[in-house]
Design a binder for this molecule. Sequence first.
Ligand code: PLP
Length: 393
Amino acid sequence: MTLRNGKEFLMIPGPTNVPDEVLRAMHRPAVDIYEGPLVRTTDECLDGLRRLFRTAGRPYIYAANGHGAWDAALTNTLSRGDTVLVLESGRFAVGWGEAATLAGLDVEVLPGDWRRPVDPAAVERRLKADAAGAIKAILVVQVDTASGALNDIAAIRAAIDAAGHGALLMVDTIASLGCVPFEMDAWGVDLALTGSQKGLMTPPGLSFVAAGERALAAHRTADLRISYMDWTFRDGPEHYQKYCGTPPEHLLFGFRKAIELIDAEGLANVWRRHALLAEATRRAVAVWAQAGALDFNIVEPSARADSVTVIRFDGADPAPLRAFAREVCGVTVGGTIGALSGQGIRIGHMGHVNAVMLLGTLSALELGLKTLGIPYGAGGVQAAIDHLAGALG
Ligand SMILES: *Cc1c(COP(=O)(O)O)cnc(C)c1O
């Protein structure tokens, strides 16, 4: 017996649900790439990116996923043999570091822990030991979707300053921009990057890099530059140069609509919606965890991300629960990846997500826990409702 015939929900940490308005904005004929509506669309997308990253710096748009933005960040600012310091808090900064190795950089990983965010004091200690300034860039993610950690970017900046170190601070906000507060300029971030398909509610295929003054200055001497990523070429006078060739027109029309939706809701309200739905999720998980079969992956409550919740199963197999949610209830939640592969589930709650989708997902999971006989504390969904009622009442 299944109950899945109805609107299906996708509650994974990316790609996320694309609003119908964004899909409709893409459903149009191709247009000229030299003049007309596309040129204005580009300007509106670039303005929107400055508002989203909260920067007066220079945004660049790539027809690429987040991995492409990683390469763009590295090749535009660094030189062969430079050392970069990767701050581990799960899978993704380490993955960025692997891209850096392939690009010809020397990569050092500041070891972290899959259950905790980056420790700013450890960053300060490592940088103080680098008196010669060999480290040219620091790579960190704001939210790691594999571990569910939220890193404190302002505190990491403060640690770099306390060490008196000049390395560029580069932040991956792929799973956090448009979900949680991010302040590129106020926090002293030199370069930030993101992708279209998570908090920004647009199909996969676009990624964005915002360069601050120090990153632009580093670009002038960088020797890893490659044609497609190159900022110098992209800064040229012709519109097509901004894309180093044919612009990804339809994705741009979609992305512009997504920016309009965020502007209409208001960025502060977008952050607040994410915070409320994430906390409701955590209230439910905390109750389910009382029976001892599952728990939060991230130990410290304040370091749990508002865009994804990672749950580890200690005494039970998570696979049947995911299968039940999908096959019987019509909601897909994520599996865990990397070091946590097969050991838990990830509930994505970012982007185009509302209370119905979130409460429906939590209800389906609680139904699954009960049906499958997995030990759980009863009343998780009620705790989620109680939290929302308290916040809304
Ligand atoms: C999803 C994700 C990525 C990878 O993005 P792709 O578009 O799949 O290349 C990188 N970093 C973080 C933090 C992510 O969540």
